[in-house]
Structure formats: C-alpha cells, structure tokens
Design a protein around this ligand. Sequence first.
Ligand code: ZN
Length: 312
Amino acid sequence: MSDREGLSRHLGLDLGGTNVKWAVVEQHGASQTVIARDQVPTRYASEPQDVPAAIVAQLGDVARSAAAAWGPIASVGIGVPGQYDPTTGCTRFLPNVPGPWAGLPVAGPVGEAVGVRAFLINDARAFGLAELRLGAGRGASSMVGLTLGTGVGGAVAVGGRIHHGHDGTAGEVGHQTIDPDGPWCHCGNRGCVEAYARADQISAACGTSSVEEAVRAARAGEPRALQGLAAAGRYLGIGIANLITILSPDRIVLGGGVAAAGDLLVEPIRAEIARRVTMTPVHQVALVTAELGTWAGAIGAAVHGAERAAEA
Ligand SMILES: [Zn+2]
C-alpha cells in the first residue's frame, strides 16, 4: 500500500519451466529498489492437463508468503514465458510449459490470493523493463533488449516505456525473418533470428553439446566452435542492425545465458551493425551487457505491476 511519503512495495513473480522466482521492489517516488528475492522449484502435476492449475495455485502460494514476509504489497506482476491476453489476465500459449494454458485465468486468482490487482507480462518484456528501469538500460530513451538462451526473447522500449503493441505481443525481435528460405523456427515461420541463434542451434553449429562447451572450445581456438559462434553473432547482428535502422535506439542490452559468450558474439554483432546500418550514427548506439542476471524477469514483473496499478 502507498503511504503518505509515497512509499510502496510491489511483488513480481517470474514463472519459468524450472523455477518460480519472485522479487519485491520498493518504490519511493521515482526510485525503485529490490528489497527481497528468492525462488522455488516450479510445481508440476503428474498429468500434463493438471499442470496449469497446479502452477497457478503455486503462484498464489508464493505471492501469499512473499507478501506476508515483505508486505504490505500494492500490486503483483506476473511474468509468463509465452503469450497472454492483457485485458483478461488469461494465458494464451506457453510453448515450454506442459498443459492447456489457452484462456486460463492467471492474474485474477493470483491477485485474489493477496487481495491486490495483478497484471501479466511476457517474461522477455519483463527482462527488458527491469533492465530499462534498474539495470543496463537506465536512462535510455529508446532501448532494444535481447535475452539469449533457449530462445531469443526481446523487448523494445520507445520514449522510456516498453512497447507492448495492441495485444501485448510486441518486441518479439527473435522472430523477425532474416532469411526467407532459412530453417524452420518453433514459431512456425522459417528463417527467424531465433532459428539461427537459439542455444541448441548455436551448439549444433559448433559441434558441441552446449553453448558453454562451445565457448570453451572457441577460447581454446577450436575452428568449428569459433565459426559457429561467429555465424550466430552474424545472424543476431543482422537482426539488431534492422532494429537500429527502424528504431534508432540509444541502447542495446544483451542478456540471457548465451550472452556470457561475450566478445565471441559481440564482435560479429558489431561488425554486422557497422556493415548494415547506414541511416543512423551507430557510434551513438551503446551495445551493453545486462546487469540483473536471472532475476530480471521477477524484478521487471514487479515494476510492470507497479506501473499498471498506477495507471489504473
Ligand atoms: Zn520464429
């Protein structure tokens, strides 16, 4: 709840396939601070059709215990790994979590569990919002965030705000076509950035079993790993160059586990930007590494809840 000094606390939940992370963000005027965070393993039911109900109940339980320890809280934001309906607070499609998620109320029951309003946000947009407000995107007017991991998630900020589009799906930078005849992507399109730059594709191109192993091999000078990472960086760089041409952002934030490849990806990305961006001064575009690590999703969800509740 807000008190007379304008101090309020906001809970963020980040639903992942392995863990549910949460964070409490304290807001004092324009300043936001993370005061608590933790995670628990995601609760699965034995039958896939029962998984969504088990997870929604778990989100309510996690919200109740976090609010009891760190409340009172004024809002809840919930980051979900997929698509949702921003007006109803129902999920539409979560590609990596089993069970029937279409049309399932999530924001409503979680909000009821703690007696405050709850709002959904896509987990990659939550990452972008957290970096924009509390991380590597602080102070940027326009920002593109990419979270590189199992997939290539993204977020676009314009005028200091994350752009969600009319239905909450804006920012899918990983699903832009960069090769019309390229490999099939999980989204159903072919030749997406993600079809080349998701973790399993990078490790396959490098002849390794993981991106971590690919990075070790590349640092040891192994040619196939060097080439595989350079190719992934090139495809990412083409996608980022498109975004720079369209948006002229002042900040590009690279996050997610695959971003730990560092210069092995960043150098080819910079080379593509230099080669392809002709309409905007690229030296004014800062390409930086995310600062909030795996907590960005929960933090961004908390910030989203705070901002939506303030608008309501
Ligand atoms: Zn795609």
